[in-house]
Design a protein around this ligand. Sequence first.
Ligand SMILES: Cc1cc2nc3c(=O)[nH]c(=O)nc-3n(C[C@H](O)[C@H](O)[C@H](O)COP(=O)(O)OP(=O)(O)OC[C@H]3O[C@@H](n4cnc5c(N)ncnc54)[C@H](O)[C@@H]3O)c2cc1C
Length: 488
Amino acid sequence: MAQTTIATRDGPPTTMTQETLDAFRQRLRGQLLFPENTSFEEATRLWNGMIEKTPALVVQPETTDDVVTCVDFTRERDLLLGIRGGGHNIAGTALADGGLTLDMSRMNDVEVDPNARTVTAGAGCLLGDVDAATQEHGLATVLGFVSETGLAGLVLGGGFGYLSRRFGWAVDNLVEVEIVTADGEVRRTSADEHEDLFWAVRGAGHNMGVVTEFTFRLHEVGPEITGGLLAFPAETPDQIDAALEAYRAVTETAPRELTVFNLFQRAPPAPFVPEEWHGRRIVGFLVCHTGPPERADEDLAPLREPLGEPVADLVGRRPYVEQQQLIDETEPKGMHYYWKAIWTDSLDDGLLDAVGDLFLDLPSPMTKLGFVHVGGALNERATDDGVVGNRDFRYGLGILGMWDPDSPDGDAHRAWVREAWEQCRPFSTGGHYVNFEPADEPADRVQSAYRDNYDRLVEVKTKYDPENLFRSNRNVSPDPEARAHKTK
Ligand SMILES: Cc1cc2nc3c(=O)[nH]c(=O)nc-3n(C[C@H](O)[C@H](O)[C@H](O)COP(=O)(O)OP(=O)(O)OC[C@H]3O[C@@H](n4cnc5c(N)ncnc54)[C@H](O)[C@@H]3O)c2cc1C
């Protein structure tokens, strides 16, 4: 009889008969997929084409009961488990290589309650699914700025976006979460129920269970905002310095309704870029102004005025959902990506100088670097308000390596990103973002991401996942001593 070999958590792979797998399948409403099934490829495709992992089995759950069945099945047999949201994690943590992966994409219902100002979204949603539904009511919550990113992976690590300056981390807007923990229990967690678990879900949720549903608080945003891309030449050191200086000026004076991200890169051959600029060095500013339209020009003046004639100016009134898709096409699935980032509390001269020099030295024509601007509401909460912490950063610097899968220079591109990051690291707050960590980071980088909240996080992990069933992530190990006490 046919057998399937499946990776286990700590021991050698196990084999399972077709009979066992058929019995498993019969307990599911959703699909059980094998590599030979046509939809297997789609269910396991990741954004980062550099990751090479293939699960033995994929389940596409349709209900919370399906998730419970899978958690019980993997725990009882010690199988290696992965959970795929949108598949956008840079390190490819969604897939359990050789193990069983849950592809959550079928659990993507979204329900908006405009009176209560909340949205409840399934864990298989992409960001665009949620924005589309909430914007029908002129409401939004904090989500990231590429609409094809998965909701679950982003939110469970903290989550920031254009609205963070007004409303904080995505997890600061979480009201309730439904999660299946390692014991197979379905728990609804909130500030009033399983508070310890809710605290840990708000920034380290990938480690705590399979989240099936999120409920977020909503705010009035749009449906039209002032936003778009503004690009300037950045070919000479003077132009680059001026762009960085203008960025510092605009972000230091901006009201919270204005968020400006930037990217130093080579101009793509996009229709909105004049042809003579294709492939040349530019700085693109991604502008999102959710305040009164008549204020936008004045708020943007510190950016526009010193920089003169733009290469492209697409800033205008546009739907917020369109703003959230503005750079979707610049991050195509399947390219090779290697990212490093730092959090910083200010734009020091030394940091800006380093960024300018690095830009002139970019190795791959597709690699870019730039700042996100998040200072505001996020900084006003206590450090231990959710495990996410990092309440002291105002900007993030991303060094975003990208190259063609056929490039023979992949190792050199990766090494350049790491070297660039080392140069910028002295300006870091010391904390960093679990969601931006590439696959080759050492395990102790997880501890430094959570900083003073780490010890408490280990306690909660040990309580809810003592055997580390949920380990295909930036992993927090349960405390072995506490486990030993518990089992005595
Ligand atoms: C193009 C691009 C743009 C980005 N922009 C932003 C941004 O604006 N703001 C921001 O904060 N981040 C951003 N990120 C980073 C993003 O937060 C992470 O890549 C995140 O991991 C993506 O989530 P995902 O569901 O797509 O990931 P996946 O790769 O599917 O999963 C990532 C991790 O989440 C776990 N997971 C997934 N679903 C569940 C679940 N239901 N329950 C428990 N664990 C689960 C997986 O096990 C895995 O470890 C961006 C990333 C990319 C590639």
